[in-house]
Design a protein around this ligand. Sequence first.
Ligand code: SF4
Length: 616
Amino acid sequence: MAKGYMGKFLFINLSKEKVQEIALPDWMAQQYIGGKGFGAKLLYDLLPAGTEPFAPENLLMFLPGPLTGTTAPSMRACAVTKSPLTGTFLDSYFGGHFGPEIKYAGYDGLVITGKAAHPVYLWIDDDNVEIKPASQLWGQDALEVNAAIKKELDDDTAKVVSIGPAGENKVRYALINCEYNRQAGRGGAGAVMGSKNLKAVALRGSQPVAIENTEAFKSAVKKANADLEASPDVQALVETGTASAVPFANETGLLPHRNYKDGTYENANKLSDSGQSKHLWLKSAACMGCPIRCSKMGVVRSGKYAGTVSDIVEYESAGLMGSNLAIDDIKAVAYLVKLCDRLGLDSMSAGSSIGFAMEACENGLIESPHDVKIEFGSVDAAEYLIKAIASREGFLGQLLAEGVKRAAEKLAGGAEEFAVHVKGLESPAWGPRGVPGMGLALMTADRGGCHQRGFPVAYEAGGEKWNGKPVEPLGLEGKAEIVAQLQNYLAGTDTLVKCDFGGFGVQPATYAELLTAATGHSVDESLFDEVGERIWNLTRLFNLREGIDYTQDRLPSRFVNEPLPSGPQKGHRITEDDIKCLRSDYYKVRGWDEKGTPTDETLNRLGLQNNESFSF
Ligand code: SF4
């Protein structure tokens, strides 16, 4: 096995209480590299078609990449499973220290299947693996349980991932808390963990990650750090984290307001970096080995929410829990987001679900409970709903714990007109009506409406040139090429598993240099596009197999039928004809047929026709 890899996966079947080490095949490392690639291949090969996400057979994987745990900057890990929210392939990324520790414990990934008879947690101490009882921990919040496990193990250096009550209650967008301030947030991996009766995984490792050519690797790391320093986007993150995206999104009309009805919010600045730094931030913090340090740790020092210790309210949470709900008190937003973390809810889907409920109340489709008025601008309503959702309490808790797609189907009466999701994943805080390329990226993202699988906004609204040429913001032509290329490259580098923010600076050639020096296999920057395209087609095959076809490559009704009421792209929307045109161009660029299925020629070109399967 090439250096950089530990050479094996750890498979744990909780039903059978069986633990196995399985060798990582060379062909898999070469064709799929790590992280997203391994996850896509393992899920496709090992999960029987049509498996219910909460069935014991579903796989829950924690996967680092070949550079995770080395000195290469900004490397992370991902959780991969079949999503209970969308039914699609799901990869959800997290930073912190748990990913490197998987490598130090000697593994290229943890693959968990089955369902424990009673609540348990896993204690993986190098090659000693124990399934330990966790009934005494069930019900604790995701951060409490982390501390409790460290105490029980008498080791506060152990690295822990855990779920809160939302995961236990199988809320379809429950997250996995990864140490204290990082989350595998989107798509419900925490609910899959809860369905397995698995409260937490604790890790301790002592094995270094071997590097093939240490001198070349040191030089590549130096280059990667220089790339980061030279990037204005990265330097902005060093200063402000992602919160400076709030004014940008507001000025360009992309910021969600009142359940995405609007794209601008008059009080947006209160939620931005300037608003946050004044009230919250004390110091910067980072995931392991990351020089960017985009986290801004802080505390609410006064008022009703005093004492809330907070990481930065990053852009997505500021957008979805703040402007989307018409809440402009940044201290309250920090409190609400922290509440989501503790209870184990994805604050993006939670914010979107609460916005949906507020509009449903406005429209008379649901009623407020007697003790709180569900309306835009109400922090009390948001707090009430977060707690109700996490515990699945009452009608509203049950309804919204299912996500906006299912909630709208249940409510009917026109609710689907304002349920903002793609394939069931609540949309990110980037309303696409003035940036159709972003609309296409949301329509076609493999895990549902996601901004991290391709983000053309920088070209459409940020003024960046694509291949040296300016991009027409509202035009449709050429958007399919941009989106497909971005998706390929990101899927390719998500195999490493790099942080997206590190990827703003580190150049493709530098990633290739790092990988070459680590593994000893000479690769160039084109590798990421090639592997990314292979993975993108494999996740497409997975989704098609699970019954998610081209009819779901579309945008929510709000973006199609309701023109933007404000901002520079006021009056614009992405019409049904626009969708057809974008989708058809995209399928052509991808080498898919008119129904979005990869052709035999495409699969052959990518080595996906009759290729090797992983089995054990
Ligand atoms: S940029 Fe931020 S999220 Fe990414 S690895 Fe660094 S500290 Fe973690």
